[in-house]
Write a protein that binds this ligand. Structure first.
Ligand code: CA
Length: 227
């Protein structure tokens, strides 16, 4: 499920956005200021951050700049919310690394459309939201995956892991990071379970000769990359 972190101090706007996102099948995490957002980001990795410009105790743009300097978070897509008629904010937001911006007030439909467009760009998904890497294809809408066009039989854990890896190919992730990013927060957090899921994923790819796409980096972690 797509998870959006909304950083905004105004409760009515948070309520509006939470409702719009849940209707679109997305989950919302929320933070009222930068400090709360950073605490949350230390343990959860949302798919996208919706970041208000006007926040108490430090503006959204300050958080955006810090995210872009953080090697683990710099690739997280960010949509900035700006106040009406503040053209300068839009320019500064985009310069600081925002993927898009939305002017308040906005319609829920427009918000959801922008989020989907930015997520498609960020993950390399096509118009239907399908993700592809090498011989792999994954459809989040139906939770199905294929290798060279053949359906893969994956358990829910392996599916989530593949979904995360295919959205972030070519990068190494430690076991702890994979637990943070690709496992539900309420599940037991043992690094061994990552190894088990990786092994099952490779086994599912083996009949298609694609097990080499899931690579082990000794002492570091795992990576999805061309064999
Ligand atoms: Ca605000």
């Amino acid at each position: 499920m797509t998870t959006i972190l909304f950083v905004e101090d105004e409760a009515p706007i948070r309520d509006l956005v939470r409702f719009a996102l849940s209707r679109a099948g997305m989950t919302m995490l929320e933070a009222g200021d930068n400090a709360e957002a950073e605490r949350l980001l230390a343990s959860r990795r949302p798919d996208l951050i919706l970041l208000d410009w006007m926040l108490p105790g430090g503006s959204g743009i300050e958080l955006l700049r810090r995210l872009r300097r953080n090697p683990e978070l710099r690739d997280l897509p960010v949509i900035m919310l700006t106040a009406l008629a503040e053209e300068e904010q839009k320019v500064r937001g985009l310069e600081a690394g925002a993927d898009d911006y939305l002017t308040k007030p906005f319609s829920p439909a427009e918000l959801v459309a922008r989020i989907r467009a930015v997520l498609r760009r960020a993950t390399g998904a096509d118009e239907q939201g399908r993700l592809r890497f090498d011989s792999l294809e994954l459809d989040p809408a139906t939770r199905r995956a294929w290798c060279r066009g053949h359906p893969l039989q994956l358990g829910p854990t392996e599916y989530r892991l593949l979904h995360f890896l295919i959205a972030h190919p070519g990068r190494v992730y430690t076991r702890a990071q994979l637990l943070d990013y690709a496992w539900p927060p309420d599940e037991a957090r043992e690094e061994r379970t990552v190894d088990v899921a990786i092994r099952r994923l490779r086994k599912a790819l083996e009949p298609h000769g694609a097990q080499g796409l899931i690579q082990t980096l000794r002492g570091a972690g795992y990576r999805l990359d061309h064999a």
